[in-house]
Design a protein around this ligand. Structure first.
Ligand SMILES: Cc1ncc(COP(=O)(O)O)c(C=O)c1O
Length: 376
């Protein structure tokens, strides 16, 4: 690609490049699934999702999580966003307080806004959500739930330690706190698996774990799952939308069932992990070379690098200057429940090949240089 200013390189785009979407594998899976001629796939589905699909998914997760997952603990969703919306519908009332990590996924904040929820942020440290701050918040609020992204967090890229996960499950038991663990990046490590997902606590704590094929296969499938105890799933299933529409996405579940059974989901996921690992390494190397004053922790999985600029810089004020240079990103303040992270940027490496990543960082460096000059 050329360094054409018309080709905006938007590091804000948290989605895979089109070249990574598995058209051939899905054609094979769809052929395999339709050749069976099972018209039930085109019927309203079972409320919890097709049992055959849930069994295949349970085998896939058992292998990938290296911990047993059973079909009865899985409910099919239309992706993690829809699952989060359903959880809010069934477990919160407008005006309730909920707890989130600070920073957190900005579009989850939008879902919480849709439900009229009051959001209280709990800071992260190196090991994940800070438990002292969480305990303190629990003395002052009666939150309907805590929303956490334990692995390769969006936006910070950080991963909760194994010990912190255990302690968080303990807090959930002590306070009867519902934990909604958004684990969409859990399987997207670059070679070293993160600690076991919070999904492993569904038997012993009030945990709902959200998973999705968006990050491990293709977002357009709109297919995901919720893992939880039968009692929590039963509460989710008592939903007007589920009763009226039947199980979510039965046809796509059938195609993905074939993808899983043919081993194509495993192969595709492993290929993605390798590509994202390379892209992340390229982006981080370029950032070190071109923006030596910026600080960040190199991610070990997921989609994102969370970059801290000098504290006198405003990522929001830098945005138009960056746009003029042909580069974009998400400003840190978007990810805060209380206008924090003014000098942070979230960069995604999922959407661009190596050449574009290098051009993008070069443009970003030029934008920062011109912002710094104009501020002098
Ligand atoms: C933390 C997190 N949760 C959920 C989603 C959306 O997932 P889905 O496509 O399954 O709705 C994203 C996508 O960026 C995400 O980063």
């Amino acid at each position: 690609m050329t360094d054409n200013p018309l080709d905006v390189i938007d590091f804000g785009d948290g989605q895979p490049s089109l070249s990574l979407l598995p058209v051939d594998a899905l054609r094979t899976a769809a052929d395999h699934c339709l050749t069976r001629g099972d018209a039930a796939l085109l019927q309203y589905g079972a409320d919890q999702g097709d049992v055959g699909f849930r069994e295949s998914l349970a085998r896939f997760l058992t292998h990938r999580y290296a911990t047993p997952v059973s079909a009865e603990h899985l409910m099919v969703s239309a992706g993690a966003s829809q699952a989060l919306d359903l959880v809010c519908t069934r477990f919160t009332q407008p005006g309730d307080t909920i707890l989130v990590e600070e920073p957190t996924y900005f579009l989850a904040l939008e879902v919480f806004r849709d439900h009229g929820l009051r959001v209280v942020g709990i800071p992260l440290d190196h090991d994940g959500i800070q438990l002292d701050a969480l305990r303190d918040a629990l003395t002052r609020h009666r939150p309907a739930l805590l929303y956490t992204i334990p692995s390769f967090q969006n936006p910070s890229g950080s991963t909760m330690s194994a010990a912190r996960r255990e302690q968080l499950a303990e807090v959930s038991r002590e306070h009867d706190l519902l934990i909604v663990a958004d684990e969409v990046y859990q399987l997207l490590d670059f070679g070293t698996a993160p600690p076991p997902p919070l999904a492993t606590h569904v038997h012993a704590a009030r945990v709902l774990s959200l998973g999705s094929f968006s990050k491990i296969c293709a977002p357009g499938l709109r297919l995901g799952w919720i893992q939880g105890s039968p009692a929590l799933l039963e509460h989710l299933l008592q939903s007007g939308v589920v009763h009226s529409g039947g199980g979510l996405n039965p046809f796509v579940s059938g195609v993905v069932n074939s993808l899983l059974d043919l081993g194509l989901a495993d192969a595709g996921l492993d290929a993605l992990r390798g590509i994202y690992a390379e892209r992340s390494a390229v982006l981080c190397r370029a950032l070190r070379e071109e923006l030596p004053m910026a600080t960040f922790v190199e991610p070990r999985g997921g989609y994102f690098v969370w970059v801290q600029l000098s504290s006198v810089m405003s990522a929001s004020q830098l945005l138009p200057i960056a746009a003029a240079e042909g580069v974009g990103y998400r400003a840190g303040a978007l990810f805060s429940s209380r206008d924090g992270f003014a000098s942070a940027l979230r960069l995604s490496f999922a959407h661009y090949d190596e050449a574009a990543l290098l051009h993008g960082v070069h443009r970003l460096a030029r934008a920062i240089a011109s912002y710094s000059t104009s501020a002098e």
